[in-house]
Design a protein around this ligand. Structure first.
Ligand code: ADP
Ligand code: ADP
Length: 232
């Protein structure tokens, strides 16, 4: 049972002699209700894999599924709607809207699709992420760790089918990073959310249920129940 899946996925950038094959026939499922880490050398295709699985970028050939939905069968409008309603995103650079408060940022994906947050979910996320007294602040009035906690809250309050996180702890100190990872872990354990996280950090990957290693655009290995030592 996959929250998201790539089947025979090929992604080529450019044409002819200058073409780069970023994904080279990748078939991989990201299991529902699990925390998956994606690791691999710089340039191995991790971001491309994530962007294609999340419908942010199109495959050259092969298929990407979110649940049972084949993304290649959707037009742009349907794809935008699927991303808003069924996917959560966390980026290394936080990507908060500067003119909106923390609360408005957190609720933005719901607002954009005409929905309102479940009050109980919002309360729990805000309290676990210790954002209760920051909800009316704008991003410039928040620390880096607080900004990333807002971004994580935004990705999770709509309870999407799958959350994609690209180096979510890359810009944080160790303590803020551990806090985010602990929260992601609890969202999986307590609420069966499905999380796919790209990371360079073995200590971050150790929070995951399994680690997918990407090398040269291919899935090289999958390790279950990783420890920081087993994924270096
Ligand atoms: P990673 O996330 O593992 O660092 P990427 O998915 O960013 O790897 O990149 C995989 C390969 O695709 C690299 O060789 C990179 O240079 C190339 N690449 C990524 N994005 C583009 C792009 N927009 N145009 C051309 N080449 C790209
Ligand atoms: P259901 O929605 O079927 O009642 P859930 O386990 O999804 O079961 O939610 C139960 C409660 O857990 C919710 O009412 C809310 O308080 C909380 N909750 C649900 N999803 C999340 C989440 N992603 N993060 C934090 N709390 C959540």
């Amino acid at each position: 049972d996959a929250a998201a899946m790539l089947v025979g996925a090929v992604k080529r950038y450019g044409f002819g002699q200058s073409a780069v094959v970023a994904l080279d026939d990748v078939t991989i499922g990201f299991p529902a209700g699990k925390f998956t880490a994606v690791m691999g050398p710089s340039g191995s295709g991790k971001s491309t894999m994530m962007h294609c699985a999340a419908g942010l970028d199109q495959l050259t050939s092969g298929r990407a599924f979110v649940g049972n939905t084949d993304l290649s069968a959707l037009d742009d409008r349907e794809l935008t709607r699927l991303r808003r309603e069924r996917i959560g995103f966390v980026f290394q650079a936080f990507n908060l809207v500067a003119t909106l408060t923390a609360e408005e940022n957190i609720c933005l994906p719901l607002t954009l699709s005409g929905r309102r947050p479940n009050a109980a979910v919002l309360d729990e996320v805000v309290s676990l992420l210790r954002l209760g007294d920051r909800m009316h602040h704008r991003p410039t009035e928040l620390s880096g760790g607080q900004q990333q906690r807002v971004a994580v809250a935004r990705a999770l309050v709509a309870q999407p089918q799958v959350v994609f996180a690209d180096e979510p702890t890359g810009n944080l100190d160790t303590r803020s990073g551990q806090e985010i990872l602990g929260f992601l872990r609890s969202a999986v354990d307590r609420h069966h959310q499905s999380i796919v996280m790209v990371t360079h950090d073995p200590n971050a990957a150790a929070w995951a249920d399994h680690v997918v290693f990407v090398v040269d655009g291919r899935v090289h290995d999958v390790i279950d129940h990783p420890s920081a030592d087993s994924v270096i």
